[in-house]
Design a protein around this ligand. Structure first.
Ligand code: NAP
Length: 338
């Protein structure tokens, strides 16, 4: 696995980031530790978590502390905090997890927006301390605003993020699920005040493209506007989350059962799946591996957030870094569809 510079920060990171969202909740501790150990053995250094992973799994037994806590235990047991580049997030935690489930454990999804923490100065100051405690560390390498809270002024969160960098609790800042104009506005406000700017943007992005009319709620997909912005602003790095769209690329039944499938389904998806499958067969790799390899080759430059539910899935997916695509093969994949 290659090491690359993160945007223009001078910080070196692995070319892929390991998503640890389900570790500690649906992925048990032994399996999670094995996945983290293997990622490091293969040269991986970039880990992603959040202060809310993964409250929505299970039937009410998880609160959102689980992934950070597991990472804290793993880094402590391996004594390797200094070897990893650790990203976590604030802004998507729920104030009261119990309030959004019925007696049987089903989530009231329509109540989640109201129950989510706001990015006030007070909340962020407390959240960072809580994350540091769970992670058993005294600094976070990359601290994200998990989504764009439009109910609190950007200035308020950017000022407190600046304070956290000045205090050494946070090293770099990132945004996730921000529209391009909001990312740019935030960067302008930070620059005008002499505060550190966002250096990463983390959006949903895969090979299949969302339908133009698709509504993902608070989740924001990479779009043409952001791709254009990133081409002109290499001081912001792109991370692609859910790169496999929950593993739908090989299995039609899984595709049809995917809760967001209707937001991708259509002639564009059909054409892209056909091109993807044909090239994957030629290269003797799986569709999932080719999606990840394409993300590593395409423009805008992308750091895919790779994961799996099992060690075998993760190892399979990480093999994508060995796939070398020619410019013609990338162009063939790019051109497929509408
Ligand atoms: N910023 C944000 O708002 C945001 C949102 C979501 C995620 N993220 C980050 O991005 C990371 C990755 O997101 P994600 O979990 O949604 O990624 P994903 O790659 O879209 O989905 C991962 C799931 O796909 C299935 N899968 C993985 N490899 C497979 C393979 N080779 N063949 C078939 N199925 C496969 C597994 O589910 P099965 O158990 O069904 O096999 C696995 O749990 C997270 O860990 C988190 O760090 C960030």
């Amino acid at each position: 696995m290659k090491t690359i510079q993160l945007a223009r920060t001078g910080q070196q990171v692995s070319e892929v980031c390991l998503g640890t969202m389900l570790m500690g909740s649906t992925i048990d501790e032994a399996t999670s530790f094995a996945m983290l150990d293997r990622f490091l053995e293969l040269g991986g250094r970039f880990l992603d978590t959040a202060n809310c992973y993964a409250w929505w799994m299970g039937r009410g037994e998880f609160v959102g502390d689980e992934s950070e806590e597991l990472l804290g235990r793993w880094m402590r047991s391996r004594g390797n905090r200094h070897q990893v580049f650790l990203a976590t997030k604030v802004g998507a935690r729920l104030r009261n997890v119990a309030a959004i489930r019925d007696a049987g454990g089903d989530v009231f999804w329509d109540r989640v927006d109201d129950e989510r923490e706001r990015q006030t100065a007070e909340t962020i100051r407390q959240a960072v301390e809580d994350s540091l405690r769970r992670l058993q560390t005294d600094y976070i390498d990359l601290y994200y605003s998990h989504l764009d809270d439009r109910e609190t002024p950007l200035e308020e969160r950017l000022r407190v993020f600046g304070d956290l960098v000045a205090a050494g609790k946070v090293r770099l800042l990132g945004a996730s699920n921000y529209r391009t104009w909001r990312l740019e506005r935030a960067r302008q406000i930070s620059a005008a005040n002499g505060w550190p700017q966002f250096v990463t943007i983390q959006q949903q992005s895969s090979y299949l493209r969302p339908r133009p009319d698709a509504d993902f709620g608070t989740a924001v997909n990479l779009d043409a506007e952001l791709a254009d912005y990133l081409g002109a602003n290499p001081e912001v790095a792109l991370l692609a989350y859910s790169p496999l769209l929950k593993g739908i690329y090989e299995d039609e039944a899984k595709r049809n059962a995917y809760y967001n499938w209707s937001k991708f389904q259509g002639p564009d998806a059909t054409a892209r799946l056909a091109t993807l499958s044909a090239l994957a067969a030629e290269l003797d790799v799986t569709n999932s591996q080719l999606v990840l390899a394409w993300l590593l080759h395409r423009r805008p430059a992308t750091i895919p957030m790779i994961t799996g539910s099992t060690l075998a899935q993760l190892v399979h997916n990480l093999a994508a870094v060995e796939i070398s695509l020619t410019p013609e093969q990338v162009a063939r994949l790019d051109a497929a569809g509408a």
